[in-house]
Design a protein. Sequence first.
Length: 731
Amino acid sequence: MPPPRFASFAIALPLHRVFDYRIAPNDAALAGTRYRLPFGNGVKTGVLLETSDVSELDPGRIKPVKERLDHEAIIDGHMLALARWMSDYYLQSFGEVVFQCLPGYLRGLRPYEPIRVKRWCLVKSDPALVAGLKRRSPRQFEICDALLKQPSGLTAIQLKQINPNWHAVVKALEVRQLVCWEWMEKPALEASPDGIPELSHEQHECLAELEPRLDRFAVHLLDGITGSGKTEIYLRLIQGRLALGLQVIYLVPEIGLTNQLIERVEQRFGECFAISHSGLTEFQRYQAWDRFRRGEVRIMLGTRSSLFSQCEALGLIIIDEEHDQSYRQQDGVRYHARDVAIKRAQMLAIPIVLGSATPSLETIANCARDTYFRYRLDRRPTRFAPPSIQLIDVRNSRFEFGCTAQTFTHIERHLAQAGQVLMYLNRRGFAPVVMCHECGWQSLCQNCDARLTLHQSVQTLLCHHCGYAQAVPKACPECAHTEIKHYGIGTEQLEQGLIQRYPDTTVLRIDRDVIASRAALKSRLQQLQSGEPCILIGTQMIAKGHDYPAITLSVILDADQALFSASYRSSERLAQTLFQVSGRSGRGDREGEAIVQTRFPDHPLMQALSQRNYRDIASDLLQERRLLGFPPFARVVMFRADAIELKAALARLEDIRAVLESAPGFDALSCVGPMPALMTRRVGRYRGQLALISQDYQALRSVLQQAMPALEQLAASARVSWSIDVDPPDL
Ligand code: ADP
Ligand code: ZN
Ligand code: ZN
């Protein structure tokens, strides 16, 4: 009988260990393949890590695997090493991290199969035939017309953008033998020289300095004002990498991945890229992942988790808007995609380029420590500099749906000059407060410590934290009085007010309520692109990344809240938002303006924002952080617990604190808590937190490492769950 063979597996469980199983003697047992494993009374998927002839456990008690799922490794050695590092750095379970690195489609029991993509084409490229469809079957015409313009054909994802019900239409066209499909082969690299702008002097200098440094690991920061042409530099860098046969990962914030950017990349690189974002199905993201992995496409353009795309020849990682909060994953495995990307680049000895007009203070501090290369771009290649921020003192003003007369004057002047106006209000719904005029009753969520927001179009009070919804009461539930009033302004009310005030102007709203689909977003962005005068209202979805040259005025309505926020990051975030929003205007051939309504025009931060540039403000904010001992000058590890009762959550944190206290070195750290979280009740659960803070990272690590084995014993249950958050975005 051949000797037994064992293998260790990563399983997506919140346990910091691997699991041993017995494998057949003739099993190829490739690291990085998945197996079905018996687990308890059920089965789980595991990724094979390594094999061995011996096991530390009693061999008789080790169960055999059930079945192998993959014939090739779907996670390579480098990605497993990165997962190891993440698990170690973020103190998350290795098994969960490994599965996080895989596309959602492969986290279950589906076997891996290489994906082939279908592409539909016209059987005959005949404009007259296509035109003939126009009257009788407009839907067929629409698709045939698009195929006429794209002789190489269109994929399902592309067809869906034309018509969400494309499938039925294409089927009918196939029956009529007007359209056929083929398997998509590896696309040729078709860079089109049309429309590539001549580099500005600054862009040229930047590339000249950067390019010779691309042969090794280094972090490069493009610290360039809004509209200074950073995207153009990314595209040139990509071009250079592709020419060497290398591949590139290009990450953008969740909302930054608009058709505008996709079109720009497509125009430059033909079909040589894959797209991945949360608006796609799991299967589509898997398709993108697989095509990049097999080298069929050379560029992966996507949001946060696209960082985990594998390939043969990664030659560059780009992180656009590196300061953006969407790079931070807040639930499940907690990590920061920018920081993991830097580690990945270091492990592969390849360069990484970060870009932002408003870099995070962490990144600026790293530049100051001289570990990053920093390139400054202070001019727009187009005609005008970004506008400076003008404050509008609203202390004694009358408001109409959140705007003052002075604001209207600005809006009207810009509309009269055929400009587009962008209005930023980061609060969706109609009004954030609903209150009884008689007794002061307020509409509160039954699951959270939060007010319900009035959504008038659907006559609903809605909780933005847990989704709880109820009808708007006709009378006060406390005193039965019927005079129930709302206070404050949301985007829905602003839209309604502006439509009434400017009946001849197009008013577009972009927020989560109206952008249920990417198609809805696309149609609005197309209107902006058309350059027709209009007013665009939006939440943070419109703050970043967009490049619409006809916008000449940015209006920021509710900046004041951030001045008095409890978060130590609020000043940084306010500065980033104001510079990003104001930077949307004046990108074309007309000068832009930016105005901010405020009740606190004398507040030092407001003064700074209106008089100084982001770089100087950021360096002051950093100084402040240093004095106060906040990150990046201190490191924080946050423990959070939640339970059906606050007492239970806090008790669990006391247990955690006790474990930490027993680790040598604890006394040198500061430990804050346990205490209730800022919003104590959320989604029906009470939440508490405990922060471990130190200026000495090694000391912090050492305590945690010693405490980890005992912490793992504090198993989570349905009653009390808890988690660790390393480098949390807030305290
Ligand atoms: P950023 O990414 O820094 O915000 P973009 O690369 O989007 O800037 O550039 C802003 C605008 O300027 C875009 O419309 C872009 O097409 C244009 N642009 C960029 N570089 C040049 C250039 N060298 N010459 C002319 N226009 C340029
Ligand atoms: Zn009342
Ligand atoms: Zn709620």
